[in-house]
Write a protein that binds this ligand. Structure first.
Ligand SMILES: Nc1nc2c(c(=O)[nH]1)N[C@H]1C(S)=C(S)[C@@H](COP(=O)(O)O)O[C@H]1N2
Ligand SMILES: [Mo]
Length: 438
């Protein structure tokens, strides 16, 4: 096919097209700039992938249809294991890292994509089979990364505008991303390290700097550097500083999500719309208020509410007063939500799950307990806990917190609290515990 004459050749009367190298004129672009950002992402995205898979495992998705909303997971769930209860702060750490590092990497990701954007327009689009495969892997990588960041941010900001279950989408997206990530890292990491090392040599050698660098690595090798760079408005170092400052800003306005008041107030980007948790024993963050999910105080009143403990030994109905008459135990445990926020340790007091299990005749090799809430709407009406979580002496059906009765918003009359478990498994307003049948 005949190409029309290229406008840029006509004495610059028309601006060049994005497919022409002359279009991209920032002097900041170059393999070194891209290499440094790439290596930061190599470490950071690996951490996100690992902590993300851990978070998935922590949901106990193996507990049949109760917790797992991911159909056809197939072998992508090959690695699933019994999420431990030690150390009790495990999920607070892994998920805090997942969300905080994820947010802090946003500026790095954007800068990295900006730095390689000329390649998106390169003509011809495909030069060889290897090149074609590389470009396909880039679709998975860039598409997957953008998808993961967008769905992740929407989830933690509580904007559930995407169709379907978040963690199903985010889980599949992670594997798509990872396929591209592995291919890309294998292809590019050696080059990135080389680009950085040659840069170090350059700055150490006498008379180093742009001239000497250009001598050692001829322009043609740096296919990301503009052939006709515009006058710099910012040095490469300055550009790194902009990206770094952006990351630091995201970090400092996010890290507070993992703490109580007053540190939590530094989490400027955390979604609004939490009810103010107030002060006092129950003054720590609330996920969904009772009002938000249709739980009324009348449903929890002493003459109405009963806990049904069921198992091979039959059903036992217990009032709150009867529960308070059982052996009471204290556990210092945080709440750590998948959305990346957590509280520091709260002092929970109530009945051990394993004592309730014993009441129900819980057998030795049972899979765990099925937990139901009286909550009439919303997606957290039930969940399941594993055997190791039931048997841990710190796992409670909590009745009190920090020396006071649970508030309605924190799950009065009774809620689950389990060490190291994601917040979502700490069911509030519990009405029924079915031991040994999942
Ligand atoms: N019945 C019920 N239990 C629930 C929830 C809910 O919406 N309904 N939210 C869960 C989630 S996602 C979290 S993070 C914790 C938060 O507990 P808190 O609101 O007491 O801080 O409760 C869990 N238990
Ligand atoms: Mo949560």
């Amino acid at each position: 096919m005949d190409h029309p004459p290229r406008p840029s050749k006509r004495s610059g009367a028309l601006p060049p097209l994005p497919t022409e190298p002359g279009f991209w004129r920032s002097p900041v672009r170059g393999v070194r700039f891209t290499a440094v950002l790439g290596l930061v992402l190599l470490a950071g995205l690996t951490l996100l992938f690992v902590t993300g898979l851990l978070s998935y495992a922590a949901y106990n998705p193996d507990l049949a249809s109760v917790n797992d909303k991911t159909p056809d997971r197939g072998w992508l769930g090959f690695y699933l294991f019994d999420w431990p209860t030690h150390p009790y702060w495990l999920y607070r750490l892994t998920q805090g890292l997942h969300v905080t590092v994820g947010i802090a990497l946003i500026p790095v990701l954007l800068a990295k994509l900006w730095s390689v954007i000329p390649r998106l327009f390169t003509l011809p689009p495909v030069t060889s089979l290897a090149h074609a495969l590389e470009r396909i892997s880039l679709v998975l990588l860039v598409g997957g990364a953008l998808f993961e960041f967008v769905t992740g941010v929407l989830n933690i900001q509580l904007d559930y505008i995407f169709p379907g279950s978040f963690y199903r989408l985010h889980f599949y997206g992670a594997w798509v991303f990872f396929a591209g990530f592995v291919a890309h890292a294998a292809l590019k990491t050696p080059k990135a390290l080389q680009a950085i090392r040659s840069g170090e040599l350059r700055s150490r050698s006498k008379g180093g700097g742009v001239g000497a660098g250009a001598h050692r690595a001829p322009k043609t090798e740096d296919d990301l550097a503009s052939p006709a760079p515009a006058a710099p408005t910012v040095s490469r170092r300055g550009a790194f500083a902009v990206v770094g400052t952006g990351s630091l800003f995201m970090l400092l306005t996010t890290a507070g999500r993992s703490f109580d008041e007053p540190l939590r107030r530094t989490a400027l980007l955390a979604p609004h719309g939490w009810e103010d948790p107030g002060s006092g024993p129950n003054g720590f963050q609330i996920n969904k208020t009772a009002a938000a999910v249709g739980v009324r105080a009348a449903d929890t009143a002493g003459d109405r509410w009963r806990l049904v403990v069921s198992g091979p030994a039959g059903d036992v109905r217990l009032s709150r007063a009867q529960l308070l008459a059982m052996d009471q135990h204290t556990s210092e445990l945080p709440i750590a939500c998948v959305e990346g926020w957590s509280t520091s340790n709260q002092s929970w007091r109530g009945v051990r799950l394993r004592d309730l299990a014993a009441l129900a005749g819980y057998p030795a090799d049972a899979p765990g307990v099925f937990v139901e809430s009286l909550q009439p709407r919303g997606s957290f009406r039930s969940g399941a806990l594993r055997d190791n979580q039931v048997r841990d002496g710190r796992s409670l059906l909590a009745l009190r917190v920090n020396g006071a009765d649970l508030s309605l918003d924190h799950g009065f009359p009774a809620r689950i609290i389990v060490p190291a478990a994601p917040g979502v498994l700490n069911t509030k307003w519990v009405t029924r515990l079915t031991f040994g049948v999942l």
